[in-house]
Design a protein around this ligand. Structure first.
Ligand SMILES: Cc1cc2nc3c(=O)[nH]c(=O)nc-3n(C[C@H](O)[C@H](O)[C@H](O)COP(=O)(O)OP(=O)(O)OC[C@H]3O[C@@H](n4cnc5c(N)ncnc54)[C@H](O)[C@@H]3O)c2cc1C
Length: 364
């Protein structure tokens, strides 16, 4: 039996722990806080296509894995639809052509005027939009908690309130240090989100994953949007010079609408930013004017330098595997990534594509 230690109780760590335990490994997962304490419990709550061909297989695999997740997880059978909206047609027309060529299965459709109003009456009148057949809303922490339950049911031990760090010996992963002592393990999976470099004890120059903080404000609208609605531009987050500091989005699950979001390197003052999100959001969704904020949350996306996750064996440390760097798409891709990484730990045949391999960023 392989002994595996997993560091991090977000969606990446919990799903990996579940697959490892189901494959027969003796798994202990260490979470410094509580399960889903990070972005995995505080996100906007939508399983959505990442619009990057390299990530499409992870998304497809995740959809299948969610459909069979169980443990109380209710996954919408059909997507509610995503409306990418803009005030300026030019911002959307190029994207529409590209989407039609690259992702025909998403049935990209141009909407404006009466057609847009009929599809989504809650939007401001003068916008244009591209509708994509994706976007399944799920309450923010629901997926991660269900993966944690599934891991426990398969025999994984989950230790909360316990920070852990990789222990190395002779160029290989010897286990983890937690609670002041060494816990030996045959393999270590680090899924510590934006804090992965610290958990690995990496060289200061090795920082392929950074925090990109976001704020979400929750409101209850009398007639919430039927679709997930997103301001055009999320794909520019990893462009040279940085992406936008704020983009409007709204996702409705269980009657609550999560209005987002910001993209900043430092932890924001969520209470101060939330009213601004609503104010800017009225440009797209007039019903947000005067809406009462029921709750506010902030969390950090683990964004990699090229916007794609780091999966599998780390360079130069035998027995160390990573599953991190999902940026704005961790709920949408995490289970698919976890499946690949767990298979690799157990010596299976699944191949991690080079453009997603953790080793592309060198030795930690
Ligand atoms: C505002 C916002 C909205 C988002 N909306 C969506 C969305 O709608 N759909 C989508 O697909 N994605 C969304 N995302 C992205 C998604 O939330 C993340 O990509 C995903 O949650 C990352 O999961 P993770 O498990 O890699 O990291 P995390 O959730 O950050 O989990 C890492 C865990 O590791 C723990 N940890 C760290 N260091 C240690 C240590 N040394 N020892 C033990 N534990 C440690 C942390 O406490 C944390 O619980 C959103 C992100 C933000 C910020």
């Amino acid at each position: 039996m392989t002994d595996v230690a997993v560091i991090g109780g977000g969606i990446a760590g919990c799903a990996t722990a579940a697959f490892l335990a189901e494959a027969g490994a003796a798994v202990t997962l260490y979470e410094r806080d509580t399960i889903a304490a990070g972005a995995s419990g505080r996100n906007s709550g939508v399983v959505q296509h990442p619009m990057d061909p390299a990530l499409e297989p992870l998304h497809d695999a995740s959809l299948e894995l969610y459909a069979g997740l169980g443990h109380g997880f209710a996954f919408p059978a059909e997507p509610a639809g995503l409306l990418v909206v803009a005030e300026d047609r030019a911002l959307l027309t190029a994207g529409l052509g590209a989407a039609r060529a690259r992702f025909p299965a998403l049935a990209p459709e141009w909407l404006e005027g009466a057609a847009l109003h009929a599809a989504e009456p809650s939007l401001a009148a003068d916008l244009c939009a591209v509708r994509l057949a994706t976007g399944r809303p799920v309450p923010p922490a629901a997926a991660t908690r269900a993966w944690a339950d599934r891991a426990r049911a398969a025999g994984a031990r989950i230790v909360e309130g316990e920070p852990a760090g990789l222990a190395r010996r002779d160029g290989r992963a010897a286990g983890v240090r937690a609670g002041g002592r060494l816990h030996p393990a045959g393999a270590v999976v680090v899924a510590a989100g934006p804090w992965t470099a610290a958990a690995v004890g990496a060289r200061p120059e090795w920082r392929p994953v950074v925090a990109l903080w976001g704020v979400v404000a929750q409101v209850r609208l009398p007639a919430p949007p039927r679709h997930t609605v997103e301001q055009a531009g999320v794909e520019s987050l990893t462009e040279p010079g940085g992406g936008p500091a704020s983009l409007f989005s709204v996702v409705t699950a269980d009657g609550m609408s999560a209005v987002g979001s910001t993209f900043t390197p430092d932890e924001p003052d969520a209470a101060a930013i939330a009213p601004l999100l609503l104010e800017r959001g009225t440009r797209y969704l007039p019903a947000l004017r005067g809406a009462a904020i029921e709750s506010v949350r902030a969390c950090a996306r683990p964004l990699s330098a090229d916007g794609r996750p780091l999966l599998g064996p780390a360079e130069g440390v035998e027995g160390l595997h990573l599953v991190t760097g999902h940026g704005p798409w961790g709920i949408s891709l995490g289970p698919g990534s976890a499946r690949l990484v767990a298979d690799g730990v157990m010596g299976g045949s699944a191949r991690i594509p080079p453009e997603l391999a953790a080793a592309r960023f060198g030795a930690p």
